[in-house]
Design a protein around this ligand. Structure first.
Ligand code: NAP
Length: 210
């Protein structure tokens, strides 16, 4: 498949691009950078564009089967919402129906009609990001013409080894017997690229955890 990937230089995006290349997909990585590009971008077509520049983003994603995003906002969490609007607009302009974004675990259900971000012990440092991802989810839900998937990581995600075995599910936080929700970048990327290939969760929230 021809995959356009915003955030290909990031922690999660670089794992996704490596996994997609391993599976012989064609990847266009979209970055604001023109210099200092990481060796993890070797093998992908790099295209310079700011996600908020509609004309540049539309030109970068034109001709791809899927628009994927591992956008990260830095300090201003609300940029996650702006970026999601921009992604939907560029997908429409480029005639791409399929959009898949790295979401936030805070939007996953934890029972009792609550989402993880609403739990009293949700880490304060991540709250603005989790709330922004929830607003971004509302932007996607407001785009009935797009086959979007909001792919939330487990509550914890990091650079641990690839295990190769995990559970994928819709809407609900996945925890292990000890109540922990975790995944490595590599295993998340594995599940994310499988979702790109299968397209089995259009207009849904999905997550993956051990
Ligand atoms: N448990 C959870 O729910 C959880 C945990 C971790 C992360 N996340 C979410 O996952 C996403 C990715 O996280 P990460 O740690 O991989 O992020 P990251 O390492 O900070 O990478 C951010 C990426 O976004 C790109 N970017 C930022 N602003 C841009 C712009 N204006 N135009 C184009 N590209 C732009 C950067 O590209 P350039 O700098 O190259 O332009 C970079 O590739 C975030 O949205 C984060 O909130 C969720």
């Amino acid at each position: 498949m021809k995959i356009a990937l915003i955030g290909a230089t990031g922690n999660i995006g670089s794992a996704i691009s490596q996994e997609a290349l391993r599976r012989k997909h064609t990847v266009t990585g979209i970055t604001r950078r023109t210099t200092g590009l990481s060796p993890t971008l070797a093998g992908i077509d790099v295209h310079t564009a700011d996600v908020l520049d509609h004309a540049a983003l539309t030109a970068a994603v034109q001709g791809h089967d899927v628009l994927a995003s591992a956008f990260g906002s830095g300090a201003d969490a609300m940029l996650i919402v702006d970026a999601t609007r921009a992604i939907v607009a560029a997908a429409r302009a480029a005639g791409i129906k399929r959009v898949i974004v790295v979401g936030g675990a805070g939007s996953l259900e934890i029972g009792g009609g609550k989402q993880l971000v609403d739990s009293p012990d949700f880490p304060a440092a991540y709250k603005s990001y989790a709330l922004a991802h929830r607003d971004a989810l509302a932007v996607l839900r407001d785009a009935p013409d797009i086959d979007w998937t909001f792919f939330a990581p487990a509550a914890e995600i990091g650079p641990s080894d690839k295990v190769g075995k995990f559970r994928v599910g819709a809407r609900k936080l996945i925890t292990d017997a000890a109540g922990r929700s975790a995944i490595s970048y590599a295993d998340y990327a594995d599940a994310f690229v499988s979702e790109i290939e299968a397209g089995s969760h259009p207009k849904e929230i999905v997550t993956v955890a051990y």
